[in-house]
Design a protein around this ligand. Sequence first.
Ligand code: SME
Length: 146
Amino acid sequence: MNKELKYQELLSLAKALIDTNVDDIANMANISRLIMDSIPNHWVGFYRVVHNSLVLGPFNGPIACTVIEYGDGVCGTAWASKQTQVVADVHQFPGHIACSSATNSEIVVPCFRDGEVFAVLDIDSDSFNSFDKIDSKYLEELVSYL
Ligand code: SME
């Protein structure tokens, strides 16, 4: 199945699964697993803005860094810039936070509520250059359901 079709299927499953009457943790837990099932990668998960830091939320994959500060690493840059970060080679990204030495490329998508970033979705791949505009487009739509 091509990537766009896979994402279209993923988005319709995500829409059905997300229950905005419950807290973010429950939805993020299911969405992390859903993404891992449909687009397998090294690490898929969320960091939530808690007291002005990004704090590790629900994820699938190896143990990760617990706290990331504003502007730090790829996640902190996505938060500060309010822009999706697509990083073809994390070793070239200034300040990249290496939670796992197996990660070679990464995408981080900010999640907005009332115009402010309340979380980021982070997907790490052990291959280089795994993510592109198609990933940004669909993942940005997916996180808008939260
Ligand atoms: N690499 C990220 C940190 C999070 S972990 O990869 C799960 C960053 O540079 O922000």
